[in-house]
Design a binder for this molecule. Structure first.
Ligand code: GRF
Length: 201
């Protein structure tokens, strides 16, 4: 990373990729001062890949089952990241636990978004778990990634009310609407912090 170029991002996604799209659009608008260089995907049928094509963002789809181990899988990802000189990794609906290979290569350079107010409702079903528990408040958390599941240092949180007439679908919609605004903002704030730390007087 140098102070002379925009921070270069890779976004990891496994599914729809609506957050990925908002990140790319924010970068195009200039509200996010970053270059989105790569989408990394682990499922060939993920709609995120189609969005990447439509948005003109290079993508790579690597399936873990094609590799003999998780280490080999993550090393293959790492090669792609190195080729693109990626500074910061953004997990946007990437449904895998990050292993030591990527964590060691990108310390404090891996960010995730989770659809609950962590530490409540970690894991794959954050929205459904809050809804089924009858919670009145849930929300969105953006955090740095560590070796745990949704346990890294929290960067920002925003609450979302669960009203009596909400369904899982309406709650999902509200959560995604919050995510699409919050995530690019938090990434931008973090990038500014990284740049400030890099430029020493
Ligand atoms: C989001 O709700 C995010 O919080 C969670 O996975 C979902 C991804 O949605 N980690 P999308 O693929 O960005 O539409």
């Amino acid at each position: 990373m140098t102070d002379r170029h925009p921070i270069r991002l890779a976004v990891f996604a496994s599914g729809s990729g609506s957050n990925f799209e908002q990140i790319v659009k924010s970068a195009h608008k200039g509200t996010l001062e970053a270059e989105i260089r790569l989408l990394v995907c682990d499922r060939p049928q993920a709609f995120a890949l189609k969005r990447a094509e439509q948005l003109g963002i290079p993508s790579v789809c690597l399936q873990p089952k094609a590799f003999e181990s998780k280490i080999a899988y993550e090393q293959a990802i790492l090669e792609q990241l190195k080729m693109k000189e990626i500074d910061l990794i953004i997990l946007a609906g990437y449904m895998r636990i990050i292993g030591p290979t990527l964590l060691t290569a990108y310390p404090d350079r891996l960010m995730n978004i989770h659809p609950s107010l962590l530490p409540a409702y970690p894991g794959r079903q954050g929205i459904q778990d809050a809804f089924k528990a009858g919670a009145e408040i849930t929300g969105v958390t953006v955090h740095l990634v560590d070796e745990g599941i949704d346990t890294g240092p929290i960067l920002a949180q925003e609450t979302v009310a669960i009203n009596p007439d909400d369904t899982i679908e309406s709650l999902e919609e509200k959560i995604h609407a919050v995510e699409h605004v919050l995530f690019p903002l938090v990434i931008q704030t973090y990038i500014k912090k990284l740049k400030k730390e890099f430029i020493k007087p």
